[in-house]
Design a protein around this ligand. Structure first.
Ligand SMILES: [Zn+2]
Ligand SMILES: [Zn+2]
Length: 711
């Protein structure tokens, strides 16, 4: 559940923004109505978080090849923008190990090197996120500094001349979403993912949060590109903002790029953004790195893991994954490739920790399809409405397949749903039999029992289609007592109440609501994570994508699977982790954190504005207006008191009269004493009124004196 959580909320936030933006561009003709509709859609996905620690040590040799795989076949000498296709169009066909770029970077030898320098804790200063100003708790595994440890951050002689790659997570470790990690070697920086986070409850009015990429801006010349693992908002959502500052090519698989393009269009960035579609099994060369896209499974199609071939060794980033042996679309997880990589030696593994606390395996997406079939078979006389995440194309595919099997027409409702399904269908990721899909306006032409509605709103979002249907506010569909509603999702933590509310509303209308077995996670549980460790057998483990407890759970798995404890590092955003053949540790800290986006403003809302918003929300505001004559300082009008969010004035006349007297006295006092400094006058008004309100009401409203001047 936490998996969908973020995704869902992000999508909502994004939709909200999109709505504003299009309104801004005057695109919406029917402003009111459209806004309503659009609001309804913010649906859906994203996920989680990450963290870290530090480590290092011995084990499998990864030979450094100082000059990045020279002689590699498809290396592109210049910008490295080319895609080297390894297995032809058929990702798995005819792959010969020897053809894999990067093989050479990995050493054949298996000497067991022991380097025993453990360095004490990395520098964990944490310039934590600006917006929260929170200090990062020193979490550290292995933070204990050994007596022999050298000053953190200093290169240690032994590996002084071994290639060192830096891993710099710029987000995603302290909050849900906002996954973005830079990999750096000399003049090369490659950024994996560029996601957004949804605002926490205290970020009033904030639409979304994007990562602070100051470090990348400062090192712009080195940045070769963004490599995106999949199309969820916590991995692609910040791209339209960040690309405006760091305009470098974006690489991803077809559906991922398709979803990114939807965003680029929305932000008018299509012309200026280079995109490159990469297939699973292909390798791209970016500066000193080669990155291979490896097929994995997740709750969105076309997700990839990355094998990053660096001068220090091979780093595998799993992206978000689960292992689905029977995926609905496309191939299963490329376990063979993982095994090959593992055999040759993997230096470090960054793996998805979302479900690391859950034992067992995540069920195959297909199990949900069987549930749908059973429900369809059982409810032949009802209209069926299914609410799910827009980005889960495979889920939608299964609903459509069941609908077709049972002779039902399908209506897709909700803007994000229509968008994603449109893109997926254009790109061939969903198969919609001719004549199955009908327009919502034609719904009335079919008997209820021959229709299915697929809609957004499975998280109880108040403006999403399902909630509007449930509350009777949807323009085209109203819930009928005979309907069956399937919630194909789990409530994300924090959304439980909203979901309950919708379910209650539906039940009050006599609807049967089904939630049992109608959802599976998109993230690996413990046994799947173990399989990955067992195949890759990484020397260093860097759990990512999860709340801190998830990262810790992932660490336990790594240790249980044989990774030495001191080789597991839980990172924090902004850590600069230096990775070499022999060590992995935090050596520095760069600026990192969240930038708040509110409407069209990026970064203009910070702590001070947020504090005011919180204060206003909790205490309301009292505005005192008076008019003074310019030179004489004579009171010409007022003081008048206006309040909002404080008391209902009409029923508190006595209080307001008293308040006015307090202000009158304060003003009179100032004028008598010939106080001419308006700042002082305002302060006196504020103080006296504030004292009064506290004494009378034990409340602390924001007080805003305004003095107008007439000459
Ligand atoms: Zn994610
Ligand atoms: Zn994801």
């Amino acid at each position: 559940m936490s998996d969908m959580t973020v995704e869902r909320q992000m999508e909502q936030a994004v939709a909200r923004l999109a709505e504003r933006r299009s309104a801004e561009r005057g695109e919406s003709q029917n402003a009111g109505q459209k806004a309503e509709t659009e609001k309804a859609e913010k649906t859906e996905k994203i996920e989680k978080t990450e963290k870290i620690e530090k480590t290092e040590k011995k084990q499998r040799p990864v030979r450094r090849s100082g000059n990045k795989n020279a002689g590699e076949r498809s290396v592109n000498r210049n910008t490295g923008e080319k895609t080297a296709s390894r297995g032809g169009s058929q990702p798995h066909a005819g792959r010969k190990p020897a053809e894999r770029p990067g093989n050479r970077a990995v050493s054949e030898k298996t000497a067991n090197r022991t380097t025993a320098e453990k360095t004490g804790g990395g520098t964990e200063k944490n310039s934590r996120s600006r917006m929260t100003g929170e200090k990062p708790a020193a979490r550290g595994v292995n933070r204990s500094v050994r007596p022999s440890a050298r000053a953190a951050g200093k290169a240690v002689p032994q590996d002084g001349n071994k290639p060192k790659v830096k891993i710099i997570p710029l987000g995603g470790l302290e909050q849900i979403g906002m996954n973005i990690t830079a990999f750096e070697y000399e003049d090369t920086i490659v950024v994996v993912d560029c996601g957004l986070a949804f605002p926490t409850d205290d970020m009033l009015g904030i639409d979304l949060v994007i990562p602070d990429v100051t470090y990348l801006e400062r090192n712009f010349d080195k940045v070769k590109g963004f490599v995106i693992t999949h199309g969820h908002e916590d991995h692609i959502g910040a791209l339209p903002y960040i690309l405006q500052k760091i305009n470098v090519p974006v690489y991803g698989t077809k559906l991922t790029i398709g979803l990114i393009e939807n965003k680029l269009k929305e932000h008018n960035l299509m012309k200026n953004t280079k995109r490159k579609v990469v297939k699973h099994g292909q390798t791209i060369t970016l500066g000193d790195f080669k990155l291979e896209f490896i097929k994995i499974n997740h709750s969105i199609a076309d997700a990839a893991a990355l094998a990053i071939f660096t001068p220090a060794g091979v780093i595998v980033h799993t992206g978000d994954f689960k292992i689905d042996y029977t995926p609905v679309f496309g191939d299963a997880f490329d376990l063979q490739r993982f095994a090959e990589l593992g055999k040759k030696g993997v230096l470090a593994l960054l793996s998805d920790s979302t479900n690391a606390t859950r034992p067992g395996f995540t069920a195959s997406e297909r199990t949900v399809g069987r549930t749908f079939d059973a429900i369809f078979a059982e409810h032949k006389n009802n209209r069926i409405i299914v609410a799910t995440f827009a980005s889960n194309v495979d889920r939608v595919q299964q609903i459509i397949s069941s609908a077709e099997k049972y002779g039902r027409k399908v209506v897709v409702e909700g803007r994000s749903m229509v968008n994603v399904i449109g893109t997926a269908s254009e790109l061939g990721y969903i198969n919609i039999p001719d004549g199955t899909l009908i327009d919502i306006d034609h719904l009335k032409n079919y008997p209820d029992e021959q229709t299915v509605l697929i809609t957004t709103g499975s998280q109880g979002e108040s403006m999403a289609a399902l909630s509007r249907m449930a509350s009777g506010m949807h323009r085209k569909v109203s819930i009928k007592p005979n309907d069956v509603v399937i919630l194909s999702s789990t409530p994300i933590p924090g959304n439980e109440k909203a979901v309950s509310k919708v379910i209650n509303e539906l039940c009050m209308k006599g609807v049967e609501v089904i939630t049992q077995d109608t959802h599976v996670s998109g993230h690996a549980c413990q046994e799947e994570i173990k399989l990955i460790y067992s195949l890759l057998h990484p020397k260093f483990a860097l759990p990512v994508h999860g709340e801190y407890r998830h990262l810790v759970a992932n660490r336990s798995i790594a240790i249980a699977m044989g990774t030495p404890k001191e080789n597991v590092l839980i990172m924090s955003s902004g850590n600069v982790v230096e990775l070499s053949e022999d060590s992995c540790r935090v050596v520095d800290q760069v600026q990192a954190g969240g930038i708040l986006v509110d409407g069209l403003g990026v970064g203009d809302v910070g702590n001070i504005v947020l504090r005011d918003r919180q204060n206003l929300a909790q205490n309301g505001i009292i505005i005192v207006v008076l008019t003074l004559e310019k030179y004489s300082n004579q009171l010409l009008a007022g003081p008048d008191i206006v309040s909002r969010g404080f008391v209902y004035v009409r029923e508190s006349e006595d209080l307001m009269d008293e308040a006015k007297r307090v202000v009158d006295d304060a003003v009179a006092d100032c004028l008598e004493r010939n106080v001419t400094d308006w700042g002082k006058i305002k302060n006196l008004i504020r103080d006296s009124l504030s004292d009064f309100m506290w004494k009378r009401m034990k409340r602390n409203p924001m007080i805003l004196p305004i003095i107008m001047e007439v000459s």
